[in-house]
Design a protein around this ligand. Structure first.
Ligand SMILES: [Zn+2]
Length: 425
């Protein structure tokens, strides 16, 4: 099957060579306590809580770190343990509370992405409602992830209800392909401000392509959320990258007393080196969804953010070659057995548009959108706009993205977009 894209081609971004594979781990200025290497297994976890430090207090931040929502991605557990070990060793008095949680415990034990279903696709409103209220319609008992999702939900809810101030969430992942680290988030101003604490490429619009991601649920709950891809699953550098990012997060949130952190400049330098020459901001334009019957296989050797030419045969399936329909940069090519996403395609966007977008949202320009020809408010849901693209042809989806809307669906020639919750300035 040939990959097809919903939008017409635009000028290709400048070609930038992909970065080199992750190098050896360097650690952070030699200041980190000894921790086990990031080998799979042997994690010695006795429940979802990896550890915690500090305490919730009125007005003080809470940082919740979720690692290994995918069971073959233990790097975030090692990174969180390093940070917790150092905080404990130095007796650091954190302002606020740090809570680190492990995600898919059965899959971690089996060293697989998931057992019966992907725990980062399970947070749909219906399933969350079933998890939150055990007396409601029960979840099917045959899925290994149901019990672990219920327990993880309980930990997250407890952290949120205990918090005396804003709750920030970092969801730590790694990728099956070689990769520079990057961050992804639902594009609200609060999430964006948090993401900018890290000198990493920002990928926008991924959550729009994925139903049931945990962070989508937590954003709706009012948390400030950023997802992180630290590098390749087995690369020691991924642990170092995620550890550096956690220190920067604690510093950004004002949780660390002066001189209580490792060299923060070294943390930033590490991430700047690791990001290489990947553009600072990219948007997802296409998801190649796959199922088991597709016999999907990526062509070997693609790294995250590697430029791809229009027409390039980048994978194959039971119908033959899978070709890119437009030029772009490939994201998360699938080099593992499990998964529903063959790859994503992205385009670099000029980061100055993000500044324009911030200003437009602060000015609440979105209130004027229903005045435009072809745009009307949804009769029931005030946060949703229905766009007749036969009339509003000049009005591409990117403009709605800039103003904080996410695509909900295409309905023939009509585009339905909704404003994300909690997008205040
Ligand atoms: Zn993952």
């Amino acid at each position: 099957m040939t990959a097809t894209f919903a939008r017409p081609p635009e000028p290709a971004p400048p070609v930038v060579r992909p970065r080199a594979p992750d190098g050896p781990a360097h650690g952070l200025a030699g200041a980190t306590p000894e921790v086990p290497p990031p080998a799979h297994g042997g994690l010695d976890l006795h429940g979802h809580e990896i550890g915690r430090h500090g305490a919730a207090a009125a007005g003080a931040p809470t940082l919740v770190v979720v690692a290994a929502l995918h069971g073959n991605e233990p790097a975030g557990i090692h990174a969180a343990r390093r940070v917790l070990a150092r905080l404990a060793r130095d007796g650091v008095a954190l302002r606020g509370s740090l809570v680190a949680l492990a995600g898919n415990l059965p899959a971690l034990a089996a060293r697989r992405r998931f057992i019966d279903h992907d725990l980062n696709r399970a947070w749909t409103p219906e399933r969350v409602a079933a998890v939150a209220d055990p007396t409601a319609a029960p979840l099917p008992a045959d899925a290994a992830e149901n019990a672990t999702m219920r327990a993880l939900y309980g930990h997250l809810a407890a952290a949120m209800s205990a918090a005396g101030g804003p709750v920030h969430v970092l969801d730590l992942h790694t990728t099956s392909s070689r990769s520079a680290p990057f961050v992804l988030f639902a594009d609200t101003l609060r999430n964006r401000a948090f993401a900018r604490a890290f000198p990493l490429p920002m990928v926008l619009g991924l959550e729009e392509q994925i139903e049931g991601a945990m962070l989508n649920h937590l954003v709706e709950q009012g948390c400030v959320c950023v997802g992180v891809e630290g590098g390749q699953h087995d690369a020691p550098a991924a642990v170092d990258n995620l550890e550096a990012l956690l220190w920067l997060a604690l510093a950004h949130l004002g949780m660390l007393p002066p001189h209580a952190a490792p060299d923060l400049a070294a943390c930033r330098d590490r991430l700047v080196r690791a990001r290489g020459d990947v553009p600072p901001a990219l948007e997802v334009r296409y998801r190649h969804a796959i199922g088991p019957a597709d016999a999907f296989r990526m062509a070997p050797g693609y790294a995250n953010f590697q430029p791809v030419a229009a027409g390039e045969a980048i994978a194959s399936d039971r119908c033959g070659a899978v070709r890119a329909a437009e030029a772009g940069r490939i994201l998360m090519p699938l080099y593992q057995g499990q998964g529903e996403d063959g790859f994503f395609m992205t385009r670099a966007i000029d980061p100055r548009w993000l500044d324009v977008s911030t200003a437009l949202r602060q000015l609440r320009v979105c209130r004027l959108l229903p005045l435009l020809p072809g745009v009307r408010r949804h009769p029931v849901d005030r946060a949703t706009l229905v766009v007749d693209t036969r009339v509003a042809r000049w009005f591409p989806l990117q403009v709605f993205h800039l103003l904080g809307y996410r695509r909900r669906r295409w309905d023939g020639a009509r585009l339905v977009v909704s404003r994300r919750g909690h997008d205040g300035a």
